[in-house]
Design a protein around this ligand. Structure first.
Ligand code: BES
Ligand code: MN
Ligand code: ZN
Length: 503
């Protein structure tokens, strides 16, 4: 699908389909009014007939409207004008593309960037349309022997604007590129998450990282078992013991600015399948534990997005990756292991494995003298209970960093919500036999998991994103969501604005 932005008169378009909004109750947007005028009140008549109220998410396709040059006009309901906010807008854009894909239109011109959305500018609307449009054509059918669906016919999308100011147009162009970058990163993250766990192994993730490095000219380093042993990564390797797939530590370096500038390090949990280990999980829905590498996938997706956009930032991705399996050699409850930091850990539950691979990766991150470290992990079921599938959990000891991330989450419509990381919770990790236990009991499970990680992040600014509820959808529409690639990419874009005066 190709996108472009054009300054045009809605009434003069020879398009396969012109898309305009209708507010509730029965109120045409400016672009719709322009069309209505040339069509001699045709649209007004349709509204009056009661066929289109303008309810949010509704759509009505009209064919060969008199005196217009386009083949079709799609009326999209936007709800009440004064109430239009993120969700209503994104729903309307989703309805637009769903309806367009059901027609034979090969190209469409959308007049949806000028409708007022609460607290949002044109650039935001352009980026959202791009992302939602790309989501609407995402398919994961590479594991099917026959592809059932037709290819989408819609190939060309023009975002029509009536605003002629140059600055506005330039901002929209930039937003379009950002939207495309984010969409590409999300697609990669979804693909990796959706792939079967017998295919998407630690070795496969390492190959993917190497491939991304080749395409975008980044530096990839893959540490093997031997090297990890030498570094003393006893926690990561303790998780890998039960699996016959070799564990890896993947590093991807993107230097968009001078190397003298300290990088942002993104650490992504890469458990390619989580059986729970000896503390075996119940059978129901265990297949979903193939998504336990979505933190890793979001790191690769974000690096893809910023590399595609050639963003002037320094970012290093670190991915500890292994399976968590109950093999004969597997770590047992009661085992005490020594992490790369030297701190010892009593493993009371082998299903709390994410924090074990992350803690060594977080220690490894120190060598980059990072400006900031953000880890991203499908870490706790407790986070799903606390925040559901809407917001990712955010925990940080740095208020400023937490604010920056929450702002990026808000900007990118990829919500996150902060939970406290107070010292009082650290008590729950006390062990009788080692420096700490790897679990803190049922209460505040998301917080105690972050408390565990915080013991390995003393040397830099750090934040943790728990994406257990947001990285994929269950049920009939099961599949990766590509989150939190929008949040992370937006965070890095925000950084470049701060950096701009320096360049
Ligand atoms: N990968 C899981 C977390 C998870 C569970 C994500 C359900 C998405 C849905 C993680 O490794 C895990 O098993 N966590 C345990 C921790 C517990 C043993 C302290 C959990 O949340 O139950
Ligand atoms: Mn687990
Ligand atoms: Zn896990």
């Amino acid at each position: 699908m190709k996108f472009s932005i054009k300054n045009v008169d809605p009434a003069k378009q020879r398009s396969g389909c012109v898309v305009v909004g209708v507010f509730e109750p029965r109120k045409l947007t400016a672009a719709a009014e322009a069309l209505d005028k040339v069509a001699g009140g045709y649209l007004t008549a349709i509204l009056r007939s009661g066929d289109m109220e303008g309810k949010a998410g509704s759509a009505l396709m009209l064919h060969k409207v008199p005196d217009t040059l386009c083949e079709r006009i799609l009326l999209v309901g936007l709800g009440k004008e004064r109430e239009l906010a993120d969700k209503g807008y994104r729903d309307a854009v989703r309805a637009t593309f769903k309806t367009l894909h059901e027609t034979g239109a090969g190209d469409a011109m959308l007049f949806l960037t000028e409708v007022p959305v609460k607290n949002r500018d044109t650039a935001w609307k352009v980026a959202q349309i791009t992302i939602v449009a790309m989501e609407s054509i995402y398919r994961f059918d590479r594991l099917k022997s026959k592809v059932e669906r037709d290819q989408p016919r819609l190939r060309k999308v023009i975002l029509g604007t009536v605003d002629t100011r140059r600055a506005e147009l330039a901002a929209s162009e930039e937003a379009l590129q950002q939207g495309l970058g984010i969409a590409e990163g999300m697609n990669l993250a979804k693909d990796l998450g959706n792939l079967a766990p017998n295919i998407c192994t630690p070795t496969y993730l390492a190959q993917q990282a190497t491939e991304i490095a080749r395409i975008y000219n980044l530096k990839a380093i893959v540490l093997e078992q031997k090297e990890m042993e030498k570094l003393g990564m006893g926690a990561l390797l303790a998780v890998a013991r039960g699996s016959s797939q070799p564990a890896k530590l993947i590093v991807l370096e993107y230097w968009g600015r001078t190397k003298k500038e300290k990088p942002v390090v993104l650490v992504g949990k890469g458990i390619t399948f989580d059986t729970g280990g000896i503390s075996l999980k119940p059978a129901a829905d265990m297949d979903e534990m193939k998504y336990d590498m979505c933190g890793a996938a979001s790191v690769l997706g974000t690096l893809t997005a910023i590399a595609k956009m050639a963003l002037p930032v320094n970012v290093v991705g670190i991915i500890p990756t292994t399976e968590n399996m109950p093999g004969g050699n597997a770590t047992k409850p009661g085992d005490v292991i020594t992490s790369m930091s030297g701190q010892t850990i009593e493993v009371l539950n082998t299903d709390a494995e994410g924090r074990l691979i992350l803690c060594d990766a977080l220690t490894y991150a120190e060598r980059y003298e990072p400006e900031t470290v953000i880890d991203i992990a499908t870490l706790t079921g407790a986070c799903v209970i606390a925040l559901g599938h809407i917001a990712s959990g955010l925990l940080s000891n740095e208020d400023e960093l937490a604010e920056e991330l929450l702002h990026a989450a808000e900007q990118s419509a990829d919500p996150a919500w902060r939970l406290p990381l107070w010292d009082e919770y650290q008590e729950q990790l006390k062990s009788n036999f080692a420096d700490m236990a790897n679990i803190g009991g049922r209460a505040a499970g998301t917080i105690t998991a972050a408390c565990f990680l915080s013991r390995f992040t003393k040397k830099y600014r750090w934040a943790h994103l728990d994406i257990a509820g947001t990285a994929w959808k269950s049920g009939k529409e099961k599949g990766g969501t590509g989150r939190p690639v929008p949040l992370l990419t937006q965070f890095l874009i925000g950084r470049t604005m701060k950096n701009k005066p320096l360049t």
